[in-house]
Design a binder for this molecule. Structure first.
Ligand SMILES: C[S@@+](CC[C@H](N)C(=O)[O-])C[C@H]1O[C@@H](n2cnc3c(N)ncnc32)[C@H](O)[C@@H]1O
Length: 268
């Protein structure tokens, strides 16, 4: 590779765009060529490919599935934090949970959980406010962020958004080489189930939930993909169940039978 090829040509970029769309549903806009170059350059160098075109050929070969997975993971954006979009958590605590059946398991799915801050926030809140037995499952297509989520270790700074009482009750401070980190206590950690799941796949075997969080992921998809996902999610919600999307997202323009309760809160 010459020293100058730090981003793919427009032609090669279209190949990556199609690959990322087909595998993840993520629509990479034309302007993201530079971003793709930045994110993949290290891998191009690592496998000693002769430029982006050569790297594309490499990951397209069936023997190189592992490198393909790495490349796709690098295409996902995993930004998240504890109690992000607090209004959802307030609504859960004040409106949904006081009205549930205490004799029936309350099931929640965090459908693009990234490194775990979202499902751990849900679990903390349920542990405080849910009168019924509860379960939280969390999935993501990116196995590296799921591995992070399962460990439940976060830089201290990341846990600053946790209400003090939750930090005290559910986290332990790291010592020695973990100085500056917090870890979610095993009593809570072990109650969550993390699994790898691509939202493009059939949801028919996932079962039914009372509440699904699908936040800050549909922004990466086009309407066709969003529609397919919404159809699947409808099948996964119990009667009266809730769907939370991000406040920066909308179901506008999609066909669905949810009732809009509040911004970013839908009911089945
Ligand atoms: C920005 S994070 C959102 C995390 C969390 N829901 C929140 O709102 O803070 C988006 C996540 O969606 C995941 N993702 C992207 N495409 C996906 C797909 N096709 N199936 C499942 N997860 C996907 C990414 O790996 C990433 O972790």
């Amino acid at each position: 590779m010459t020293n100058f090829e730090t981003l793919p040509s427009e032609e090669v970029y279209t190949l990556f765009q199609k690959l990322v769309y087909d595998k993840l549903g993520i629509h990479l806009a034309k302007q993201k060529r530079m971003m793709l170059g930045h994110r993949l350059l290290k891998r191009v160098k690592h496998i000693k490919a002769n430029g982006f075109s050569d790297y594309f050929r490499f990951i397209s070969h069936p023997d190189n599935d592992h490198e393909l997975e790495i490349a796709l993971e690098l295409m996902t954006t995993n930004e998240t934090f504890f109690f992000r979009e607090e209004k959802h958590f307030e609504y859960m605590a004040k409106t949904i949970l006081p009205n549930i059946n205490p004799n029936k398991e309350y099931k929640v799915w965090s459908a693009a959980s990234s490194s775990g801050e979202e499902p751990y926030s849900i679990a903390m809140l349920l542990n405080e406010h849910c009168s019924a037995p509860w379960s939280v499952v969390a999935s993501d297509v990116n196995k590296s962020v799921l591995a992070h989520a399962r460990k439940g270790i976060y830089i201290d700074d990341r846990t600053k958004l946790l209400p003090h009482k939750y930090r005290e009750a559910y986290c332990v401070k790291g010592t020695n080489e973990f100085e500056g980190y917090m870890r979610v206590k095993p009593e809570l950690r072990n109650r969550l189930h993390f699994f790898s799941f691509n939202l493009l796949d059939s949801m028919s075997s996932l079962g039914k939930f009372d509440l699904i969080f699908i936040r800050n992921v549909m922004i990466y998809f086009d309407d066709k993909t969003r529609q397919k996902i919404i159809n699947g999610l409808q099948q996964c919600l119990n009667e009266g169940g809730y769907l939370f999307i991000s406040h920066s997202e909308t179901l506008h323009g999609l066909e669905h039978s949810f009732e809009l309760i509040k911004p970013a809160i839908y009911r089945c």
